[in-house]
Write a protein that binds this ligand. Structure first.
Ligand code: AHN
Ligand code: ZN
Length: 318
């Protein structure tokens, strides 16, 4: 009996990070609980601004190329094993996009891998702008692109300061936003490439969390439909971490809407994936979405904090 208990506890210790239901009792859980780092929202905010300062990161532009190099270097600086996955992708309008998915691996030897991703490319057209003359201009993508990446850059900085001990992959994915409303497969081209072309032999993510538009003022995060359909337990665990971190008001335990986003390509490939995204069941995306107003004025460090701290609780609390 005692032997069984020892074997069982070794098993539980080994399956601590990235696993659901461990079946630990309260005392064992308390003694194993690690100190979760404090997410620095000002640092994340600066990472968002740094991206916006490059100019719109539209594929095939100098700003995009500069951002790609800076992002890869940012992950290397944090000790990640970095791969730049280059791809030539055909957009819905025939344009060939020189795309780069940037992958940074922490604890690359671990088999159990948590994948955290956000797109870093910008939409080439502010086609939702009320002002028709602005619809052909690219967006700044402060919220739509830079916010998720900014949060993950701060997560990477925290991981470098304190190793969570589990396998974490940070993916800055390209060519998400060069899509057309006429064709739902025209979005998320970088993630589609990522799942179809393993960047390293035998790579499999255990589960994935996508961040998209996580910096808007007063943003609320409702459950997203495809996430809820395909990875309900992952969603519950993340929302429970939000509650635990004190952000239950931001992470609403109700369904928002169905969003065609990068996580769908992962789900298609059999990876449980959720999207943390601002999508209100009555009003939809943030009003600045795909408009000239998607700039730094609309970014709130308090929103970045709610999402970033929730993620750190999730990473370190298991
Ligand atoms: C739709 O346009 C409905 N989905 C694309 C998701 C997206 C665009 N996320 C950011 N920009
Ligand atoms: Zn977009």
């Amino acid at each position: 009996m005692q032997k069984l208990a020892i074997i069982l506890s070794i098993f539980l210790l080994l399956t601590g990070c990235g696993k659901a239901q461990s079946g630990k009792n309260a005392a064992a859980e308390a003694s194993e609980r690690v100190e979760v780092p404090v997410f620095d929202a000002d640092s994340a905010f600066a990472y968002v601004k740094r991206q916006v300062d490059f100019g719109p990161r539209v594929p095939n532009t100098a700003a995009h190329r500069a951002a790609t190099e800076w992002l890869a270097e940012s992950l290397r600086r944090r000790g990640a094993e970095v791969v730049e996955q280059k791809a030539l992708l055909k957009a819905f309008d025939g344009t060939m996009l020189n795309a780069t998915n940037i992958i940074g691996q922490f604890n690359p030897e671990a088999e159990d891998r948590l994948l955290l991703l956000a797109h870093y490319d910008c939409r080439p057209w502010a086609d939702e702008d009320a002002d028709e003359s602005k619809r052909s201009l690219p967006v700044d993508g402060a919220n739509d692109g830079a916010s998720g990446v900014g949060v993950l850059l701060e997560v990477a900085r925290q991981i470098a300061l304190k190793n969570p001990g589990c396998g974490v992959d940070i993916l800055f994915v390209d060519a998400e936003d060069y899509g057309s409303d006429e064709d739902e497969d025209s979005w998320a081209l970088g993630t589609k490439y990522f799942v179809e072309h393993p960047f390293k032999e035998g790579y499999v993510a255990t589960e994935a969390i996508l961040l998209d538009m996580v910096g808007g003022r007063d943003a609320r995060f409702y459950h997203e439909y495809f996430s809820q359909q395909n990875a309900p337990s992952l969603a519950s665990r993340v929302w429970a971490c939000a509650e635990e971190a004190g952000y239950g008001d931001r992470f609403v335990n109700r369904l928002g809407g169905a969003v065609n986003d990068d996580h769908r390509r992962l789900i298609d490939a059999g990876i449980p994936a959720i999207d943390i995204i601002e999508y209100n069941p009555s009003s939809g995306f943030n009003p600045a979405w795909h408009t000239s107003a998607d700039n730094m004025d609309n970014i709130d460090a308090a929103t970045l904090k709610a999402v970033g701290q929730t993620l750190l609780n999730f990473i370190y609390g298991r």
